[in-house]
Design a protein. Structure first.
Length: 86
């Protein structure tokens, strides 16, 4: 959240409202707290461990914003966990 706050402050924007939780069976539950229709959405999501869970959350958030009719969705990934595959 700290990086997102700094980026939003630099751009003169406020952070959006979204809740990410888990259902009892472990599935991701994403709820948007505001209307994003016809807006430009920027997601900042690092892929720290557990990497697969973070990536799945990112993919589901993109899907959620697209289904909510966001004009564009841009993912900013400051740390990509699968970049190094020795």
């Amino acid at each position: 959240p700290e990086l997102a706050v700094k980026v939003a402050a630099e751009l003169g924007l406020s952070l959006g409202k979204a809740t990410i939780g888990r259902f009892n069976d472990g599935e991701c539950n994403i709820q948007l707290g505001e209307n994003v229709r016809n807006t430009h959405v920027f997601l900042i999501q690092s892929t720290c461990p557990p990497v697969n869970d973070a990536l799945m959350e990112l993919f589901l958030m993109v899907r959620c914003f697209r289904r909510a009719s966001a004009r564009t969705v841009t993912a900013i990934v400051p740390y990509y966990g699968h970049a190094r595959q020795d």
